[in-house]
Write a protein that binds this ligand. Structure first.
Ligand SMILES: Cc1cc2nc3c(=O)[nH]c(=O)nc-3n(C[C@H](O)[C@H](O)[C@H](O)COP(=O)(O)OP(=O)(O)OC[C@H]3O[C@@H](n4cnc5c(N)ncnc54)[C@H](O)[C@@H]3O)c2cc1C
Length: 418
């Protein structure tokens, strides 16, 4: 039976999209090996996050958007409910959940407010280099403290002169005895003013021709280190309650114990974190898209023109159908990307597809929802204009829409040639 399956695959020229073959059972039962069923535990996390988002985030989201205030009570509550830092290993006191579970939780939080979700997700981004490259001592010290109290951290890579072109960053780390001295400027750092510690990427090689794979080092930096100057909170288009800042590092001394892995391998660590964080970021975009679809559907059922609810105009119902198609496909893309990495396989291709697709459709759906609301959609008394402002960032942070396409194209060609 198994041989027959392999033969027919060979005849069709079918290739697995995974970079490594999954284990195949010799006794294939109908429906086995692939499932859309969530486990009881996954369902529980999803339900907790959904209840929290609907009962506690949605009622205050517009107010946080208006004031730009950092949502401390919501963050504390998310932490108490186990909806933050879900991937901190059990050895450090965390839940040790997978990327798939993180996607389920993140989608629900984003449905409530993506500003709140981004503040929470930025913790995962800051922690991920420590999870993938930190030694036991570093993990216990920096991840462990986040399970004891609701602390924030941040991922400090982007600079005023370099975002997409990470290898162009100018922040320098110079080794002096048992310490490194850091000088430079970071920009657009989420949780920048709220973090207890930072993951920081700096150029450690004095050789300007050194390749990116050898030129950079990743550090853990205590946020209260002398020489750190935190900039003003940036006034962004959307996700306004999230804290985004520039940070200046002037002669900041970091002990050599805070180097992640080894000197020179920071670029790989900083980029490697994205394989685990892009699927949840994409899930955030799906949460926003689902909210846009739900708000638009509710409105279309109530609003009447020409004597009938606008949902009965085919042009409107077809828009809703298109929106539903996109949100379902984006969710599947996130789940595939998460599932691959949780199975221990390289998921860069799937993570970028999920991030690019979900980021795009979040923007399309938010805009479509505004359209379905008509004039009301353009007004801040209704929920959808916030969704449209909030959506844009999903095409920019954690790698822009264009950078994702560069990665997908690169990975696609490599697969094709292999
Ligand atoms: C609200 C917010 C939060 C953020 N949070 C963080 C954070 O926590 N930590 C962090 O380190 N960074 C963070 N960032 C930074 C973010 O990741 C960068 O803004 C993003 O990577 C783009 O970099 P850039 O702004 O320098 O744009 P640029 O790199 O200058 O790009 C400008 C435009 O050119 C396009 N482009 C660039 N190069 C290419 C190319 N080779 N091919 C095709 N098109 C290209 C881009 O897609 C974009 O459209 C955040 C940004 C914002 C706005």
């Amino acid at each position: 039976m198994f041989e027959q399956v392999l033969q027919s695959i060979a005849q069709c020229g079918w290739r697995s999209q995974s970079s490594q073959a999954a284990q195949v059972s010799h006794q294939i039962k109908p429906g086995a090996g692939f499932s859309f069923e969530l486990s009881d535990e996954q369902r529980e996390f999803q339900a907790t996050a959904r209840k929290f988002a609907r009962e506690e985030i949605i009622p205050v989201a517009a107010q946080y958007d208006k004031t730009g205030e950092y949502p401390v009570p919501l963050i504390k509550r998310a932490w108490e409910l186990g909806l933050m830092n879900s991937h901190i290993p059990e050895s450090c006191g965390g839940l040790g959940l997978g990327t798939f579970e993180a996607c389920l939780i993140t989608e629900e939080l984003a449905y409530g407010c993506t500003g709140v979700q981004t503040a929470i997700e930025a913790n995962s981004l800051g922690q991920m280099p420590v999870i993938i490259a930190g030694n036991e001592q570093q993990q216990k010290k920096y991840l462990g403290r986040m399970t004891e109290e609701p602390l924030m951290c941040a991922y400090c890579v982007t600079e005023p002169g370099a975002g997409s072109d990470v290898a162009g960053i100018k922040t320098r780390a110079e080794k002096k005895g048992d310490e490194y001295v850091i000088n430079g400027q970071k920009m657009w750092i989420t949780n920048g003013g709220k973090a207890n510690w930072y993951f920081l990427l700096a150029r450690s090689s004095p050789d300007p021709k050194a390749p990116a794979s050898k030129a950079f080092t990743g550090f853990i930096v205590e946020a209260d280190s002398p020489g750190i100057q935190i900039g003003r909170k940036e006034l962004n288009m959307g996700q306004r309650c999230s804290d985004t800042r520039g940070i200046v590092f002037e002669d900041v001394r970091v002990p050599k114990e805070n180097v992640l892995s080894a000197e020179g391998v920071g670029f790989k660590i900083a980029m490697g974190a994205f394989d685990k964080t892009r699927p949840p970021v994409a899930a955030g975009a799906v949460g926003l898209a689902q909210r846009a679809l739900d708000e638009a559907t509710r409105y279309a059922l109530e609003r009447k023109t020409f004597g009938k609810p606008i949902i009965e105009h085919q042009a409107v119902s077809f828009m809703l159908a298109e929106m539903a198609m996109k949100v379902e496909l984006a969710r599947l893309a996130c789940q595939r990307a998460a599932w691959e990495i949780d199975a221990g396989r390289r998921n860069t291709y799937f993570a970028s597809i999920a991030k690019a697709f979900a980021g795009d459709i979040a923007n399309q759906l938010a805009s479509d929802a505004v359209q379905i609301f008509g004039g009301n959609g353009f007004n801040s008394e209704y929920p959808v204009e916030k969704l449209m402002r909030d959506a844009k960032i999903y095409q920019i942070y954690e790698g822009t829409a264009q950078i994702q396409r560069l990665i997908i194209a690169r990975e696609h060609v490599a697969k094709f040639k292999s």
